[in-house]
Write a protein of this length. Sequence first.
Length: 202
Amino acid sequence: MKDRYDKQYLNIILYEARGVQQMKKEKTVLIMNFDEESISYQAFSEMKRLHQERKIIGYQMAVVKHEPGNKLVAQDFLDFTGADKNMKDSLIGMLIGILGGPFGILIGWMVGAIVGSMRDAGEVKDALNVFERTLKTIPEGSTGVILIATEQELANVNDVAMDELHGRVQRMDEAIVAEEIKSAQETEGKAKDSAKKHWFSK
């Protein structure tokens, strides 16, 4: 498990290198943070422009606010595909749902030994690696942008988000994020079942 995450975050560091003109065909989850909320909305508009100019291929995008309690709340959402996908059913919606749902409480239950299994607690910690990085990129009280896109060149987004808007960009493979969301959902289900067994066995 550790080796997989080490490789994942090595990829993130490589993706964040400035000035790299790398062709990237896979879908990427880009998490952006800016000093002011208004700049996040400006970045939202700029990413739409890059999509229209075919400098990126956008799939989903949201302006999100990090509220107290490690919760992300969507302020605006766009489905580039034209399918008018409900945000709740989108990858971004599921990511926000995990963070805004009972998962944090379930972790407290696990660590507090309601389940009493260190192995289960470790599974929760592993499943949260992607989510912890999301919350760290958009600190509590700030607003940012989450974009799922295929980038023709990394510099297209970097030039706007980092150089022009003075923001920070974190990149993760969409496939890895989707895998971790699935893992978190499965862990959440296991924790719910364990909690039920604990309370109803009293």
